[in-house]
Write a protein of this length. Sequence first.
Length: 625
Amino acid sequence: MALVDVLIIALYLVLTVGIGIWVSKKASKGLDSYFLGGKTIKWYFLGLSNGSGMFDVSGTAWMVGILFLYGVKSFMFMWMWPIWNQIFVMMFLAVWIRRSGVMTGSGWILTRFGDDRPGRASHLIVAIFAVVAAVGFIAYFFEGVGKFMTVILPWDFSLMLGDFMLLTSEQSYALLIIFFTTIYTIKGGMFSVVSTEVLQYGIMLLSGVLIAGYTFFEFTDLEINNVIPAEWKNVFFGSELKTFWDGKKEPFNALIDSQGYKMFGAFIGMTLFKGFFASIAGPTPSYDMQRILSTRTVKDAAYMSGFTNLVLFIPRYLLIAAIVLIGLVYIAPEMAASGSVTGNDLEVILPKVINNHVPVGIKGLLLAGLLAAFMSTFSAFVNAGPAYIVNDIYKKYFKPTGSDRHYVKASHIASLLVVILGVIMGFFADSINSITLWITSALYGGYVAANFLKWIWWRFNGWGYFWGMLSGLIIASLQFFMDQNKGNFVPDTFLYDVAHIPAIYLFPAIFLFSLAGSFLGTYLTPPTNMTTLKSFYKNVRPWGWWKPVLKELQTEDAEIETNKSFGIDMLNCLIGIIWQSSMILMPIFLVIRDYPKTWMSLLVFVISSLILKFTWLDKVRNYEE
């Protein structure tokens, strides 16, 4: 690396840690201040922070790989997470969540199921889920940033004890970056996280614009058309994914055939099925939930969620598309010449491009931007996970009468513990893809059914929630274990066949198993106390099957009406998904110089934005606090 690149990275690290520590004094007033910023932070700062937190380096490396191999259709792969949950949150869920006024997602659960034994069981399993998810994501980041740094930086940081390898270079780099991030995150809580994430978002935005701009000077339109097949640019698809690489790049077709997405129509159908239920289930109890609960008002929660969508996708996909374009020109021929291309080869396209094919100055900014992507997402999880340990487990069950100073100190310890556990898990991770599959299948798979029912059905109770979550997590974790050990099963047996089914196709089984646990737990136990249900419905006002609760409320106040917004909310979600997709496709088409499709994407973006102005924004402005 050139000296100027090293200086840019060093300056970024000093600025980030310095700002994080400088604002940390505001976090010492108590738990509300430490984990929610005292609900004083403006919605647009929280939106930038939320967008920055979603701009992670491991996810970016994965997206670079799938766009490189599959072309523009690959944006639909993101529906596995699903990315539309941001749209559902924007349209109605942010408002429902913020009306609770609590500190964490599991605290919110108590307002739904009450503070008796069933309520506490549901409350506890959400807190455990949140901590496990935070640890899993930290392991995911640990794996990703280590791979990234070793390809970029020339120094060998491996640590040997005689002939025994204590730390690989990947692990040493990851530990070093995690150390810097942990310093200001633990000390300053939400104030430090948001302050540094706003700075980090600015660096990521600049990085995306610069690298995309560089491709316009480096490549002609003719060069780009020669390396990108026509089918690569095609958004539309049939029931089966057609292979489109030819000539020397023929080995890429074999990789497409081996990854389990060949039946593309069925795959998209499954992502749509999962995406709908996972999105209505609402955000998992992590940093996204914390940003919603940190807003000053219900309106701010909706504005923040909409702003997150607006600021995230265009700069992120400018960067991703530019990296992929450089990779297609310079790295694709090298990969194809090897004769065999694997999924692991796709994961290192991002760092290889930066290391070998980006000019001095831009390389430093780009590396600082990707470090910012890692640090912002990492700090968001380190702030979110411990909130559940301290507020929902330690304070509630062990020490309910401690001082604010005591709880802040406990938060520091909990944050450090979460980081240590995540790093330990990261040491045993095989690849970014394996952790991605575990998060999307085991964790999210077990979460969906119970959290979908909690919004829409009055009879669903705390025990139903507990058993629904637990059964879903058990079956999803079993599926992940089988996937990781599929090489050990005897061929042509039932277990062998099940283990080789891609995780996304097993989602209905996980969902149904969790749904069965939810229904059995609900119908075998008494309903939630009507007083709790009335309080919840009056406060949150969700749509769904709430007729018995509404009748009880109307005997006290005849003016209370049912929520009739289901139709408009679903219409807004459909328009919002189109709006979100246009913000992903527009920068991709721009970078690869497909100008007609760029203009078409821009037109879709403008039209969908205008529709949402009347169907969503005007409605939000009329919300009563």
